[in-house]
Design a protein around this ligand. Structure first.
Ligand code: ADP
Ligand code: MG
Length: 207
């Protein structure tokens, strides 16, 4: 079964962004989306992750046309089945790193995997307020928060943007291991060609 199918997606805001993008992701599959800044990478990720409706085309998640789902079903899919790592990670200020991660396990009734926190190298900062953390640490906390709820499909918008190349590669290892473990899939937006080439499929948005 395909976890995600995108059919002939086209979208424009002030100017046309992309036309007729089609791809599908099966279990353990991954696709990278590359393109210059402003080419529509984030827009495409938002469309595939249910946050935005395209001008043309449609998206199926887990074999269901997402535009024919009820509001309640859509919320359930967003909460439990997909995980979105945003380009600007929205951590809750005023809360500790641990509280931020714990929240997502509470929402989905899942157990927190301590190994994940070790792999992401954030065990030492768990008690700290997220406002005190460096950009790279915040990014790793936000990745932990998404993986902690054990989604099937990970949508990652430049998840390694704030990280040095060694840490970036380690974070990518974690994402690939994760989708292998849970039979999931990954859609990765990046401007790093090397990271992009680690995905099984690659798509470059061009103008
Ligand atoms: P990328 O992620 O490749 O840098 P984006 O998908 O974020 O590109 O944005 C592509 C273009 O669409 C940009 O010019 C951006 O300003 C515009 N854009 C993005 N979101 C909106 C929106 N909600 N309303 C109007 N224009 C938007
Ligand atoms: Mg973007």
């Amino acid at each position: 079964m395909a976890l995600l199918e995108a059919y002939d997606l086209s979208h424009s805001f002030d100017y046309p962004l992309f036309d007729n993008i089609a791809f599908s992701l099966t279990c353990k599959d991954s696709i990278s989306i590359t393109g210059v800044s402003g080419s529509g990478k984030s827009t495409l990720l938002h469309i595939c992750s249910t946050l935005l409706k395209p001008n043309r085309g449609y998206v199926k998640l887990f074999d269901e046309d997402i535009y024919s789902l009820s509001g309640g079903e859509l919320i359930r899919i967003r909460r439990e089945d997909i995980g979105i790592i945003f380009q600007s990670h929205y951590l809750f200020r005023g809360f500790s790193a641990y509280e931020n991660i714990e929240l997502s396990t509470l929402l989905t009734n899942s157990d927190l995997d301590e190994k994940l926190l070790e792999k992401l190298n954030i065990t030492k900062v768990l008690e700290q307020n997220v406002g005190e953390l460096s950009g790279g640490q915040q990014q790793r906390v936000s990745i932990a928060r998404v993986l902690a709820k054990k989604p099937k499909i990970i949508f990652a918008d430049e998840p390694t943007g704030n990280l040095d190349s060694k840490t970036a590669n380690e974070v990518m290892d974690i994402l690939f291991e994760y989708i292998d473990e849970v039979d999931g899939a990954l859609m990765l937006v990046t401007h790093d060609e090397k990271l992009a080439s680690r995905c099984r499929q690659t798509h470059a948005i061009s103008h």
